[in-house]
Design a binder for this molecule. Structure first.
Ligand SMILES: Cc1cc2nc3c(=O)[nH]c(=O)nc-3n(C[C@H](O)[C@H](O)[C@H](O)COP(=O)(O)O)c2cc1C
Length: 196
């Protein structure tokens, strides 16, 4: 970890200091396996109606990032067979922007959907994503949830073993911050809160 990575000293600091760090502001090294394990253990603490465990995580690093780029290119060429070379190259290199991606997917249990609708199962994966972001932040890594057209593409979904009704909730790009974080102004919670 380089000198720019700051670890929060308390849960409160971690919660109130978390912000997304875009891939252009992260670099190697990738988190070691013990830190990835902690992030995934944090994901297991996500609220989950009915203990459906709809979460499916794919840890992608090293050569696997290139393989994900291949999948993105295949998907692009199915959508746009005549895609220009620059667009193909962009998709090929898209996953290489960070040393680690965790693809967070929701495998919807349709047999339970009468009582626990798909949206609740997706929300559970979203909560798991937030836990991963917070765990990464807690260890001084930079992370960001990204989706885009690839997250909705049937070819990409199939590569992760998903059906049409399932979701890629996000690709979480994670790395070591390469410079000081850019602080965003945060809204005043009272603007979004009504006291009943
Ligand atoms: C499900 C999901 C998908 C997202 N996809 C993108 C994306 O594709 N591109 C992007 O610029 N931001 C995307 N974002 C937003 C960023 O992850 C981030 O939350 C946003 O830039 C605000 O930064 P903050 O987390 O520091 O508030 C997504 C957020 C969520 C929750």
């Amino acid at each position: 970890m380089d000198g720019t990575a700051k670890q929060p000293q308390s849960l409160r600091d971690g919660l109130l200091g978390r912000q997304s760090v875009p891939p252009r502001l992260v670099d190697g090294p990738a988190p070691p396996q013990a830190d990835i394990d902690d992030m995934l253990a944090a994901a297991m603490r996500a609220p989950d109606h009915g203990a459906i465990r709809p979460w499916r995580f794919h840890v992608i690093q090293g050569e696997a990032l290139r393989r994900l780029g291949d999948v993105f290119v295949e998907a692009l060429l199915k959508r746009e067979p005549d895609a220009p070379r620059e667009t193909i190259e962009k998709e090929q290199s898209r996953p290489l922007r960070a040393p680690l991606i965790i693809a967070a997917c929701a495998k919807i249990d349709q047999t339970r959907a009468d009582k626990i609708p798909a949206v609740e199962q997706i929300v559970s994966v979203a909560a798991a994503c937030q836990n991963i972001l917070l765990a990464a932040h807690g260890k001084g890594y930079g992370a960001m949830m990204l989706t885009g057209v690839n997250a909705r593409d049937p070819h990409v979904k199939a590569a992760f073993g998903l059906d049409a009704a399932d979701e890629i909730v996000s690709f979480i790009y994670i790395g070591t911050p390469s410079g000081p974080a850019f602080e965003k102004e945060r809204p005043d919670p009272t603007d979004f809160t009504t006291i009943w």
